[in-house]
Design a protein around this ligand. Structure first.
Ligand SMILES: *[C@@H]1O[C@H](CO)[C@@H](O)[C@H](O)[C@H]1NC(C)=O
Ligand SMILES: *[C@@H]1O[C@H](CO)[C@@H](O)[C@H](O)[C@H]1NC(C)=O
Ligand SMILES: *[C@@H]1O[C@H](CO)[C@@H](O)[C@H](O)[C@H]1NC(C)=O
Ligand SMILES: *[C@@H]1O[C@H](CO)[C@@H](O)[C@H](O)[C@H]1NC(C)=O
Ligand SMILES: *[C@@H]1O[C@H](CO)[C@@H](O)[C@H](O)[C@H]1NC(C)=O
Length: 698
């Protein structure tokens, strides 16, 4: 009896295994991750336009996460979706990535089927744009930032390409509450009441998740889209950080790979951006810095001053707020991933055009045609938002008032807008008439990308701007309807992939534009910008359902050879005590849950960005002379700070912080700092410094 039972069990097990191995697959899928961390010191952060927000260390590294999906028949063209921990994309960044991919892969990956989308972190180095306006606070073009992003993005595609294998994709959508609020409700409420009545909230609470598994059902990766600004770290932060979405990615990747070190690639989880134009993560809402009282709602001011009105939190400081909003997105994505059952099936397809957005004629109704405008920024742009009040004084347009040599060089090119521009942008009062200046080169783009990637019943709408909540909804609804009418399945899902391919500021609805808040002031092609974008997306959608190619459109300019550069190079480093010398005293022991801090004689981090490496390690003594690395610089509990101490002497200090987790194993630990010094002759030499060992106690 006993022997028979035993044999039956074995049989049952082998049947289960056989079923797993013969699962049908619809797609070929590859996922890859690579480090894109830009200069961790001395470069202005992109996003808040705060000239004082200069990188001065690192909290979380920036990564590029790439996903390649091909139809079952591998002879058909793939689509590539890439999400990067950067504020946005730039046209020249995408063009440079595509040039490198074409050199390696021929016509497999082109500007037509590759979409690169930024997560919108406001704590990543800037200067990677070819259009002048976006490089103002970074003192012009910064090639080091561009190269870091290009190299890392290409590497992430290489890894995804090598990892391709048959698999399946599932989609799921669910609501995530308490993680985003509308920061311009006075503009949102201008939308027609019957339209607003169709939605429960004034921001999108839906998160859409793609789950990717191989033929054995093993996890490959995840992409989520959820609309929320990556502005949990505020405009005083100098540490390079991937903000709430980057932290969510690290948490999810850690859960699946069971590895402590971010960026190791076995499972890739992208938390991509959507229609976050008017959406803030600072859920405690705006308050006056001086009085602690709520701000005036329609104007976001305190006693008439915008710089006092700042939105906070859910956390007690910006670190805790980042952690909470990151964890919320992570937990929701985990939940949606594990419960996803709708399987994608059907063709992989794409449509892409370049469009001159300054010259689109839109038929708004049976009798009226309208036209978009040449680019211009409104006054409300200069006031900033409650996530980061305006810090760059555009009012002082003439004269050396900003201390910014780039601005002082270009300011004389600014002139009063023409009557045509004033009329076209009405009611926007024009602050910077960027569309009528072409010196020293274009200030904002005229030609931008519009693109749709299709995977079965999923349509990714890649928009080159920050669409507000309602702008995103109108675009999704129009495109989904066109696709379904054209024969796609009734359960087709459209997602907005925000800040994709290049950057053309904000897009509000026509009604929101009338309020001229920050987002309306930054809608650069005038009041009908959204209608023009929707019209162009409808053309792509209809081309797709008819199976006809889309017009390639006019090629964008390449302005890289014209760039003005004002960021000085690192001249050389000096350290009289020796590079890596320990400059502070440590205690012999620290309790779990407390902070260890160590200061070292340092060199400029720009000498080597230490891609896929680290500026620091926390090491645990596991046996005699055997130190095991337990943390590196991209982990939440570590921080790397860098500061010049004696500017003329070229001396600097690095401070390494370790917030010992409350559950850290008691034992013997030490910290190490890794740097690279530059000699007077330009030679770069790596060095390191370490602390004596210390105890961690319960
Ligand atoms: C930027 O750096 C790359 C790589 O070092 C170099 O090939 C390129 O010429 C540089 N571009 C500019 C505009 O300085
Ligand atoms: C959110 O997702 C649900 C379920 O897919 C859908 O019914 C609803 O229309 C979505 N809401 C918005 C605002 O897109
Ligand atoms: C991963 O997340 C699940 C919850 O979804 C949790 O139960 C599990 O312990 C986590 N695993 C790791 C290794 O973090
Ligand atoms: C930024 O956050 C810090 C706390 O982490 C806070 O002290 C400071 O007031 C905030 N500043 C702004 C301008 O938001
Ligand atoms: C068409 O749109 C224009 C501009 O928004 C408006 O003035 C006009 O009344 C509209 N006409 C109709 C028939 O809806």
């Amino acid at each position: 009896m006993a022997a028979t039972t035993c044999r039956l069990v074995i049989l049952a097990v082998s049947i289960v295994l056989t079923t797993c191995q013969t699962q049908d697959t619809n797609y070929v899928i590859g996922a890859g991750i690579a480090d894109i961390t830009g200069p961790a010191a001395g470069i202005n952060m992109m996003g808040y336009a705060n000239p004082g927000q200069i990188s001065s260390g690192l909290h979380l590294r920036q990564y590029s996460r790439a996903f390649i999906v091909t139809d079952k028949s591998t002879s058909s063209s793939p689509v590539v979706f890439i999400s990067t921990d950067s504020c946005m994309q730039s046209q020249n960044l995408k063009l440079e990535v595509i040039r490198k991919l074409k050199a390696k892969y021929g016509s497999l990956y082109t500007e037509r089927n590759v979409c690169i989308s930024g997560t919108n972190t406001h704590s990543g180095p800037g200067g990677f744009h070819q259009y002048l306006f976006y490089d103002i606070t970074s003192l012009g073009f910064v090639n080091e930032t561009l190269q870091a992003y290009v190299d890392g993005i290409v590497k992430s595609v290489d890894r995804a390409h090598l990892a391709r294998k048959p698999g399946n994709i599932y989609v799921n959508t669910g609501e995530l509450l308490e993680s985003n609020i509308n920061r311009s409700p006075a503009a949102y409420i201008r939308n027609p009441p019957e339209e607003r009545a169709r939605y429960e909230y004034n921001v999108d609470k839906n998160m859409t998740v793609l789950k990717m598994v191989d033929a054995e059902g093993k996890d490959i990766g995840m992409i989520s889209w959820f609309a929320v600004h990556c502005t949990s770290m505020n405009n005083t932060n100098g540490l390079v950080s991937s903000d709430n979405k980057g932290y969510a990615s690290q948490l999810m990747e850690k859960n699946f790979t069971n590895s402590d070190f971010p960026g190791n690639g076995k499972f890739v989880a992208a938390f991509a951006q959507a229609n976050e134009g008017d959406v803030s993560p600072n859920t405690a809402g705006p308050k006056c810095l001086d009085t602690g009282k709520p701000c005036d709602v329609p104007t976001s001011t305190c006693n008439g001053r915008n710089e006092q009105c700042v939105a906070f939190g859910p956390g007690k400081d910006m670190f805790e707020s980042t952690k909470i909003i990151g964890e919320n997105q992570y937990k929701k994505a985990m939940d949606l991933y594990h419960t996803a059952t709708i399987q994608l099936s059907g063709p992989v397809d794409f449509r892409h055009s370049y469009v001159d957005m300054t010259d689109v004629i839109v038929q708004v109704n049976a009798t009226t045609k309208v036209k978009t405008c040449k680019t211009a920024m409104g006054y409300s742009f200069a006031a900033g938002t409650t996530d980061g009040p305006g810090a760059f004084n555009f009012d002082h347009m003439k004269g050396d008032t900003t201390g910014n040599p780039f601005w002082n060089t270009i300011v004389n090119y600014i002139s009063a807008p023409s009557g045509e521009q004033v009329t076209c942008h009405h009611p926007k009062p024009i602050l910077l008439d960027t569309g009528e200046i072409s010196f020293p080169y274009a200030w904002q783009p005229s030609i931008v990308d519009v693109q749709i990637l299709r995977i079965g019943q999923l349509a990714i709408l890649a928009v080159p701007a920050e669409f507000t909540t309602m702008s995103g909804r109108r675009t999704r609804n129009a495109v989904t309807e066109a696709l379904v009418k054209g024969g796609l399945p009734a359960n087709t899902v459209s997602v907005i992939a925000g800040l994709s391919n290049d950057y053309a500021d904000y897009v509000t609805t026509y009604e929101e534009y009338q309020q001229q808040r920050y987002e309306g002031g930054s809608t650069i092609y005038g009041p009908h910008t959204l209608e023009a974008f929707i019209q162009e997306f409808m053309v792509l959608a209809n081309d797709m359902t008819k199976g006809v190619p889309s017009s390639p459109g006019p090629n964008p300019p390449d302005l890289i050879s014209k760039q003005l550069v004002f960021v000085p190079p690192v001249v050389f480093d000096a350290a009289p005590q020796g590079f890596g010398a320990l400059l502070s005293k440590l205690l012999p022991s620290y309790k779990q849950g407390t902070r260890v801090q160590a200061k070292f004689a340092a060199a400029h981090p720009r000498n080597n960005r230490r891609a896929e490496g680290t500026f620091l390690t926390v090491e645990h003594l596991v046996s005699t002379d055997n130190w095991e690395v337990v943390y590196k610089d991209s982990q939440w509990c570590t921080q790397f700070h860098w500061a010049r101490t004696r500017i003329l002497m070229r001396e600097s200090e690095a401070t390494i912080i370790w917030d010992i987790p409350a559950d850290q194993a008691p034992g013997t630990y030490r910290l190490q700092y890794f740097g690279d010094s530059k000699s007077l002759f330009g030679e770069i030499t790596p060095f390191s410094g370490k602390t004596p060992s210390f105890l961690v106690t319960a």
